[in-house]
Design a protein around this ligand. Structure first.
Ligand SMILES: Nc1ncnc2c1ncn2[C@@H]1O[C@H](COP(=O)(O)OP(=O)(O)OP(=O)(O)O)[C@@H](O)[C@H]1O
Ligand SMILES: [Mg+2]
Length: 242
């Protein structure tokens, strides 16, 4: 039986007269890698902000792990097991790589020793063990993205929301991030993946939702999405994406 871990039901988000997300509904299965794509300004990041409690929804409901979460605070949602990365990664540059990941671990433990061990495990998982004592600000962008992954993984999430984790990376760096994401999913974590790089999206996602001007334009497998005429017209045919 398919187990849904997330239900987005008729979610809208207005900023004054600007409708950023408009009546969007979809469900994500447990252990799925689920893609959220669409043109710049389509509402992808706004939906993440609503899911993680940074913005209240204007209407609709968000159900995670059988609980309605759209009235909860970000820290409460994080403790329920849903965590997100940021489109612009901003590690605390003067802290070490290890300390940045320990901040993630502190969301589930108060013990420094335990947080240290959990953080080192995640640095190992993303291949950053050798950088543990370096200032986070000294890392190049490709490694900052891995640090961002280690930070969120340290809270041992049930669901990981990735906002353009491959943005600004070259092919080798992207492949290395995709390998980590696959391993995370194989260990039992569900993933929602916002990304403009269609090669990355189609190679890793089980299913995809396309947003356009805040509305759901299509939902389906990578093959269904890449051959959908409405998606090609609104997004894939366009050429230039950030
Ligand atoms: N805090 C905010 N206040 C007002 N308007 C906002 C805010 N955040 C987003 N918006 C608006 O909501 C719409 C959707 O923006 P959003 O950032 O969600 O798009 P996106 O799909 O993530 O785009 P991109 O691919 O460029 O990251 C845009 O019109 C944007 O200007
Ligand atoms: Mg965005």
């Amino acid at each position: 039986m398919i187990q849904h871990i997330l239900h987005i039901t008729h979610v809208s988000k207005h900023f004054g007269g600007n409708v950023a997300v408009s009546d969007v509904s979809f469900s994500v299965d447990e252990k799925e890698i689920f893609g959220l794509i669409g043109p710049n300004g389509a509402g992808k990041t706004t939906l993440f902000n609503c899911m993680t409690g940074f913005f209240p929804v204007t209407s609709g409901d968000i159900i995670f792990d059988s609980k309605k979460i759209n009235t909860l605070r970000p820290d409460q949602i994080c403790r329920l097991g849903m965590v997100r990365t940021w489109q612009r990664v901003k590690p605390l540059g003067s802290l070490t790589v290890l300390e940045n990941v320990m901040i993630g671990a502190f969301s589930i433990t108060n013990a420094t020793g335990e947080a240290n061990i959990m953080a080192m495990e995640q640095l190992h998982a993303v291949g950053l063990s050798d950088y543990a004592t370096k200032p986070a600000g000294s890392l190049p962008i490709g490694l900052k993205k891995k640090l961002e992954l280690a930070r969120v993984l340290a809270s041992r999430p049930k669901m990981l929301l990735l906002d353009e984790i491959c943005g600004g990376l070259n092919h080798t760096e992207t492949d290395s991030i995709l390998a980590i994401i696959r391993a995370v999913r194989n260990s039992g974590t569900t993933i929602v993946f916002i990304e403009h790089d269609m090669k990355a999206v189609t190679s890793i996602c089980d299913r995809i939702v396309v947003l356009n001007s805040g509305e759901k334009l299509a939902e389906g497998t990578p093959e269904e999405i890449t051959t959908n005429p409405a998606v090609i017209a609104a997004y894939l045919g366009g050429g230039h994406h950030a």
